[in-house]
Design a protein around this ligand. Structure first.
Ligand code: GTP
Ligand code: MG
Length: 316
């Protein structure tokens, strides 16, 4: 049905533009909140260095530092050891259990839960003062690389950053943002957006991983038009049957080439090329996700487009 819609009017674009910037200012953490996260990290690091692991180092990754963090986003923390030359040899489950025991003695955190048998062992906990959730994993170097890549894309163009908040908010409101429950991670939605912004005309983002020296993009299109374009792209145009969302190169990548024909939504990790971020999405969820893109597009065409479906402030 969205195909028959006329393009948005100038007024609708203006209102939608305002919506995009409101969402950004409502949800992006103010500058001092980065400091809160950094302080929390240093206090925990000091404590575990004194109590259990003298060479421990904690580093933030994920949305706390990739440019797409919400005020209430969790802290994703990576633990490494300054004196460890062979991380492969570490007994990760054992370290996770010892770390959890140590963290339980810190007064300002609660709900300390070790998940030591998972594929990626972690300790989860909550900060009492800020109520922020956090998890610590070990040597998550791949995630640090993709954090830096996303951060670079976020810095390249403010429209990319704002639209990143729109797509994550949409996914969170519509409950399609949890890979452990058969949908996609926040990270996967950000990749969908980057892929679109590399291919819309004129392109908003370059393909950083195959960048030639001078490829600065002109800024011709409004954020709101891009948001509508993004929803249309995945609601109507992108060939999910055949193709893979792949942000590391411009050339089309087919599911056939990757042997991912059985996957309903295929999204290639830009560093771990064998990883399909949509691998856990079943047929029904895939079509629900695609319908969400269509429905949001329709919603934005209503006479009062400066609102979001459902009460978005309460989404958590
Ligand atoms: P929010 O917490 O929802 O604001 O976003 P986030 O980007 O922090 O997502 P999340 O906490 O789920 O993941 C934290 C980070 O882990 C991401 O930013 C990525 O750097 C990384 N990550 C998450 N899922 C994957 C994955 O499937 N593959 C890889 N390689 N990295 C991932
Ligand atoms: Mg996170």
């Amino acid at each position: 049905p969205a195909r028959q819609l006329p393009p948005p009017t100038a007024k609708q674009v203006q209102l939608l533009d305002r919506l995009c910037s409101d969402v950004f200012s409502d949800w992006a953490p103010p500058a001092h909140e980065y400091q809160v996260r950094e302080n929390m990290l240093r206090t925990i690091e000091d404590f575990i260095r004194h109590q259990a692991f003298p060479s421990a180092r904690l580093t933030l990754f994920g949305s706390s530092c990739n440019g797409f963090g919400f005020r209430n986003s969790d802290l994703d923390i990576c633990l490494t050891f300054d004196d460890c030359s062979d991380p492969q040899s570490l007994d990760q489950p054992d370290i996770i259990l010892k770390l959890a025991e140590t963290l339980k003695r810190l007064r300002f955190i609660y709900n300390v839960i070790p998940i030591s048998t998972a594929k990626v062992p972690i300790v989860k906990f909550t900060d009492r003062r800020s109520r922020l959730e956090a998890d610590i994993s070990l040597y998550n170097t791949l995630a640090q690389h993709n954090t830096l890549l996303l951060h670079t894309y976020a810095k390249l163009d403010s429209r990319a950053r704002i639209l990143g908040y729109m797509v994550k908010l949409m996914a969170k409101i519509c409950d399609i943002c949890d890979a452990s429950r058969g949908s996609l991670s926040s990270y996967a939605y950000t990749l969908l957006l980057i892929y679109y912004l590399q291919r819309c005309k004129p392109a908003v983002l370059p393909v950083l991983q195959e960048l030639d020296a001078d490829s600065r993009r002109p800024r011709l299109v409004d954020g709101a038009d891009l948001w509508i374009g993004f929803l249309r792209f995945y609601g109507e145009h992108f060939d999910f049957e055949r193709n893979v969302v792949c942000i590391r190169r411009m050339e089309v990548l087919s599911k056939f080439e990757k042997l991912w024909n059985g996957s309903f939504i295929a999204i290639e990790d830009p560093f771990l090329l064998s990883h399909n971020l949509g691998g856990g999405v079943r047929r029904k969820m895939a079509s629900f996700i695609r319908r969400t893109f269509l429905l949001w597009r329709l919603h934005h065409m209503r006479p009062i487009p400066n609102s979001l479906p459902h009460g978005y402030r309460d989404f958590r």
